[in-house]
Design a protein around this ligand. Structure first.
Ligand code: UGA
Length: 442
């Protein structure tokens, strides 16, 4: 099939590359000329495991093309994916100006009788499909007829950064929101190679599909936040959250995954989507109270270890030096959006401390944001020189079984504040560490 993907950010690039991999011809469109030049030159503009190999193969086969020209990009496309940013506006609601701007422009370009399926891939509030239809109609001066010349489908993505290619190629489910039989059949054909293993394509109306995406992310954010609160209870009551997690997670209704307490959820999705769903609720006069609590608890969780650190250093961090392992909001990505590490660094610097950090992928992004206000090290061990304590903010695999002899030799004192519960508490006791982790017995 011939496909256009508008927007070559995270979702667009993964979507375009993975559709090319199953033999479709995909043209990726973006207004950012530098980005398109890089992609045309063979450079993958995001870090995502497995993407580069697929990208190179499909570019070489001529199935993956790039352009800055919308008209050229969609010329013979049967399906047009909108993978555009929907940043939170000042009031927390999703800003649809990019999506609707492109919808309007599509209306001016698309021709009568040349049926196309327009797909909302971005996470957008309930009712956006209708707005996209209205935008296309306005652009075409009502010349185009929905259902005849085009249909708009909601097809939310459920990709996790770091495993996005795998999630795309083997999805748990594909959600397709449309009432049009024609669009259903086009989308069903497109996704058939991805659901051979029997995972479902779930068809529904546009609004339900749009809400499904928000409900999934908000539920997962709530699950994590609930465990973060249980972890606090564990600390106060002398229980161990690792035990509680295993105890509750083996109930299939709860499930083992997404029960890991830590220093709060971050990233480009959960914070934005929880906020947007709460805002959507407010717009229809519904007070979604759980979501408000989730946001409040998570905000506090991001700097939860700061008072613990201050207590340990008798409330005086002036002149103290900290090593930080991990800056990305989670492992296997260079993404630092809403990364808890940044909140922790801000608090440490404000309290008069200094910081040397290491992250396998995210350091250039943090350097661009924080400049010289912190130091960066070449390796995880190099951060430790003259540090009063080590703080772990991201659970990269390479941090999981470190050389403790090296750590002990470098740190001024054997002190670790672990926001990701990486190490065995008995081992840390045996090695003589002061070891603070989240919700566990020390
Ligand atoms: C999330 C969803 O998992 C995807 O299904 C969804 O498609 C995506 O958002 C999106 O809307 O685009 P992602 O933001 O890449 O994916 O990251 P996750 O792996 O879900 O982690 C989110 C945050 O939760 C991270 O900060 C992570 O550290 C935290 N987390 C996760 C925990 O604190 N505990 C856990 O047990 C799991």
């Amino acid at each position: 099939m011939k496909i256009a993907v508008i927007g070559t950010g995270y979702v667009g690039l993964v979507t375009g590359t993975c559709f090319a991999e199953t033999g479709n011809r995909v043209t990726c469109v973006d207004i950012d000329e530098r980005k398109i030049a890089k992609l045309k030159g063979g450079t993958v503009t995001i870090y995502e495991p497995g993407l580069e190999k697929l990208f190179e193969r499909n570019v070489k086969e001529g199935r993956l093309l790039f352009t800055t020209q919308l008209e050229e990009g969609i010329a013979d496309a049967e399906i047009i994916f909108l993978a555009l940013p929907t940043p939170p506006g000042e009031d927390g609601s999703a800003d649809l100006s990019y999506v609707l701007g492109v919808a309007h422009k599509l209306g001016t370009i698309m021709k009568k009788g040349d049926y196309k399926v327009i797909v909302d891939k971005s996470t957008v509030p309930v009712g956006t499909a209708d707005k996209v239809i209205a935008g296309i109609l306005k652009g075409s001066n009502n010349a185009l007829v929905p259902g005849e010349d085009f249909d708009v489908v909601s097809n939310p993505e459920f990709l996790r950064e770091g495993v996005a290619v795998e999630d795309f190629m083997k999805p748990d489910r594909v959600v397709i929101g449309t009432d049009s039989a024609k669009a259903r059949s086009v989308m069903g054909e497109l996704y058939a190679p991805f659901v051979r293993s029997g995972n479902p394509v779930i068809y529904m109306d546009e609004k339900s599909a749009e809400l499904t995406k928000y409900a999934a992310n908000a539920f997962l954010a709530t699950k994590i936040t609930f465990m973060n609160e249980i972890a606090r209870m564990c600390e106060l009551l002398g229980a161990d959250v690792d035990m509680v997690r295993k105890g509750v997670g083996s109930d299939e209704r709860i499930g083992k995954r997404f029960l890991f307490p830590g220093i709060g959820y971050g990233g480009s999705c959960f914070p934005k989507d929880v906020q947007a769903l709460a805002k959507s609720a407010a717009e229809v006069n519904y007070d979604f109270r759980i979501l408000k609590s989730v946001m409040e608890v998570n905000e506090a969780q991001k700097t939860y270890i700061i008072p613990k650190i201050k207590d340990y250093f008798n409330n005086d961090l002036t002149g103290k030096h900290f090593a930080i392992w991990g800056l990305a909001f989670k492992p296997n990505t260079d993404d630092i959006r809403e990364a808890p590490a940044l909140y922790i660094i801000k608090e440490l610097l404000a309290a008069g401390a200094t910081v040397t950090a290491f992250d396998p992928e995210a350091m250039p992004n943090v350097k661009a944001l924080l400049g010289d206000s912190i130091k960066f090290a070449e390796s995880q061990y190099e951060t430790l020189a003259d540090a009063d304590a080590l703080i772990i903010a991201t659970e990269w695999n390479e941090f999981r079984t470190p050389d403790f002899t090296k750590i002990s030799a470098s740190l001024k004192r054997r002190t670790i504040f672990d926001g990701r519960n990486l190490f065995d508490t008995d081992l840390m006791n045996k090695l003589g560490y002061y070891y603070f982790s989240i919700g566990r017995k020390t």
